[in-house]
Design a protein around this ligand. Structure first.
Ligand code: SF4
Length: 231
């Protein structure tokens, strides 16, 4: 697989001035007090998971003190903790927690990436930044012929998945499918094989603290993803 080579290229990307400055500034000076003495990754975050994954997660972007610190997607912040625990409950991860390289964690038949690979201020990438980062996602999906489910966490991941598959010549439903928790859209690869785009609310603290996204809701979406991936 060429995915490791792609990962290596992603981690040295400097295409977005604002995000390069922010990711490095947080790593240098903007640290949370509890992480003051920890090394920060401070670079783009490559995907994590197997190269023959059938389920590919499209998240939003690394968190400034989460993946931007640990260097592993969805690792080091509460929304990541939530997600890994759910993946473990669904049998898609080897352990309920993800902390850092060497912790024994691994995904089972799944891979996690994001629409934008660098931590954005206030978790809000600009439209231009989303456009600039999209080719990395496009290249990754092109290198994953086994994928049967694109699991979008939040509307930005959903839009990114639609954008890169459309640009890659996949057939998409019209009108453009709308994001929602549990929403699905049937996409067709140029060779005719189907892939389902599946939506889930993002496990951000804003969603999990307010109960907009519950564990049961996420478990249900992951059960759907597993079922679709098995067909
Ligand atoms: Fe490169 Fe994407 Fe980071 Fe922009 S957000 S610098 S395109 S990796």
């Amino acid at each position: 697989s060429d995915l490791p080579a792609l990962d290596a290229r992603i981690t040295v990307c400097r295409a977005c001035d604002r995000l390069v400055a922010w990711r490095e500034e947080v790593a240098r000076t903007g640290r949370r007090a509890s992480f003051t003495h920890e090394p920060y990754w401070g670079r783009p975050v490559a995907s994590v998971g197997t190269t023959d994954a059938r389920i590919y997660v499209v998240g939003l972007a690394p968190a400034a003190n989460g993946a931007n610190r640990t260097g592993r997607m969805f690792t080091g912040d509460r929304s990541g903790d939530w997600l890994w625990a759910a993946f473990y409950r669904a049998g898609l991860a080897a352990s309920p927690t993800s902390t850092a390289a060497g912790d024994g964690q691994r995904l089972i038949g799944a891979r996690m990436g994001a629409a934008v690979r660098c931590a954005p201020p206030a978790n809000k990438p600009t439209t231009v930044e989303r456009t600039t980062c999209a080719p990395w996602l496009a290249r990754e999906i092109a290198l994953m012929p086994e994928v049967k489910v694109l699991l979008a966490l939040g509307g930005i991941g959903w839009s990114a998945a639609l954008r890169v598959t459309r640009e890659a010549g996949w057939t998409l439903p019209r009108p453009q499918p709308r994001f929602g928790h549990g929403a699905t859209a049937e996409l067709t690869r140029p060779d005719g094989r189907p892939v389902t785009l599946l939506g889930s609310y993002h496990p951000s603290q804003q969603n999990t603290f307010t109960g907009r996204l519950t564990e049961a809701m996420l478990d249900k979406v992951l059960a759907t993803a597993k079922r679709l991936a098995a067909t």
